[in-house]
Ligand binder design. Sequence first.
Ligand code: HEC
Ligand code: HEC
Length: 491
Amino acid sequence: MNTPRVAVVIVLLCSALEVSAVSVSLAATVSQTSTPPAPPAAPVPSNFNRPPTTPVVPPVVNVQPPTTENASSVVKQVPAVRTYPPLHTDDPGAKPTVSGPTPPKPPNPPTPSGTAPPPPPGSTPTANNVTVQYGDPLPGLTNAQRNLFLDGKDGFMKVQTVEGGLGPIFNRDSCVACHSAGGVGGGSVVNTTRFWSKEPGQFDPLAPGAGLLLHDRAIAPEAQAFLPRSASIITQRNSTPLFGLGLIEAISEFTIVSNARKYPNDQIHGRIGYVRDIVTGGIMSGRFGWKAQHGSLIAFSADAYRNEMGITNKFFPTENAPNGNLELLAKYDKVLDPEDQATPGHLAEFESVANFMRFLAPPTPGPAPLGGLALFTSVGCAQCHTPMLSGGSSPVAALSSKPVWLYSDLLLHDMGSLGDGISQGAANGNEFRTPPLWGASQSAPYLHDGRAPTIDAAIRAHEGEGRIVRDRYLKLNAAQQKLLSDFVLSL
Ligand code: HEC
Ligand code: HEC
C-alpha cells in the first residue's frame, strides 16, 4: 500500500492544493456548521519560515468504507440505535453547563524564580485574556462549534454499556478512562498491550479476530482474550494526551514535507509515515499515535471505538473475536453491527467525539525558564522536536493558519534499541513518531511504553537517530540538564 512513488505524487498534489487533514475530515463531519472566513495569519517569529499559503480548495471527500472485512454470519438482534445530540445547523448559543466532573488542574511544574517570559504565541490567552485550562475548548470557536465540542465531550466521557455495543472484548468502557490526566482529554498511566511474533506468518493481521492489540477485559469471563502462545513480542503502549490535536490535524501536508526536507545533522533522517486514511481513502502523512498510524482524528476515533471499547462503526464494522473464536463472538456479540451509527440529524458518536478532540485547546504552557529554548536548540533536540509548525487553512477559524507550538516534526525516526519490534502504519519495529512535547508537565510517564518517570530518564533512553544528541545531553552539567528538563516541563 505504500508504494513510495505513488505516495509522493499524491502528497505533492495534496500539498499543492494545501488541503490539510482537518479540512478533509471536517467536511465529512461538520459541514453543516457555519464557517466564518479565516482570520489573517497569526504572527510567526522571524526564525520560522511560513510556507506560502494558497486559497483553500474545497476538499473532495471520497468516503469509501472498507470492504475487506465482512461481518460474521452471526444472527443479531435489532440494533440499539444511539440517540445522540442533533447537529446544530444554527448558532443557538453555547450550552450553559459542561456535564461531568472536570478534574482540577495540577500545579505547574517548578521553574527557576524570576524567569517568566511570555508563553509562545498561539497557545494560551484568549482575546479577553482569560487563561485556557486543560480540557477547555479552543478559544475563538463559534457557539455552534462549541456545542459540537460539548456534545463530543459527552460521548468521550460516556460509560458504554453492553446493550450499546461494548465488547465482547475491550480495554476500558469509556475514552476518558484512559484520557484524563490534567483534564478531560489528557493522557494517563494506563498502558495497552500489543503483541506480535518474531516468526513470520504467525499472525494474520487482516483475519477477523486476530489482532495486535490485547483486550484485557470482556463482558463475560468465557470471552476473555489472552496472549497467544506464539506471541514472542509483547510490548506496552502508554496513553497519549489529546490536547490541541485539532491544531496538529490542521498542519498542512506541505508544511510537514518542507520541514522533513531540512538539512539533517547528527545522522538524523526522519521520514514521513504515509498511511491510507480509512475515511477519505487518500494517502496522507500519519500524525497520530506512537507509530504515526493515523492521519486524521475521525479515523483514530473510529479505530479507538472498535479496538478499545468493542463498538463497531462504519469504518470498523467487524468485531474483534475473542482469540479469533467466532463461536464465542456469536454468543456474546448481540448488537447488530455497525453498533455506532449516525441517524438523521445526529452524528455517530465516534464522529462527535472526533469533533471534541478537534476543538480541544492546546496545552497551557507554564513560564519558560530563561535560556531553555536556546539550550534545547543548541543540544540538537529541536531537530526532531521542531518547536513550531504552521497550521494550514481550515474552515474553522479557530484552527486556521495558527502557529502550532507542538515540539514535534511528526516524522518517524529509527530509535534503535528503544524500538518495540512492532510494525504499524508505515513505521517499522524500531521507528516512532517524534512525540509532541507540549503539555509534558501533565503527561508522565514518558516514552511509548511509559518506562521513563522523568524527562531526564526519557532523554537518556534516546538511541538510534537520537544517540548523538543524547550523548551531547549527557555531557551537560547538572544545572544545564535541569534547565532542559524544566524547559520541557514548561511547554
Ligand atoms: C484502554 C485505554 C484507552 C482507551 C479506552 C482509549 N484510548 Fe486512546 N490511546 C490509548 C493509548 C495506549 C494510545 C497510544 C496508542 C498508540 O499509539 O499505540 C492512545 C492514543 C490515542 C490517540 C492518538 C493521540 C496522539 O496524538 O498520539 C487518540 C486520538 C485517541 N487515543 C483517542 C481515543 C478515543 C476517541 C477514545 C474513545 C473512543 C480512546 N482513545 C480510548 C489508550 C486508550
Ligand atoms: C532523532 C530525533 C530525536 C531527537 C534528536 C530527540 N528526540 Fe526526543 N524523542 C524522539 C522520539 C522518536 C521519541 C519517542 C521514543 C519512544 O517513545 O520510544 C522521543 C521522546 C522524547 C520524550 C518523551 C515524550 C513523551 O511524551 O513520552 C522527551 C521528553 C523527549 N523526547 C525529549 C527530548 C529532548 C530534551 C531532546 C534533546 C536532548 C530530544 N528529545 C532529542 C525523537 C528525538
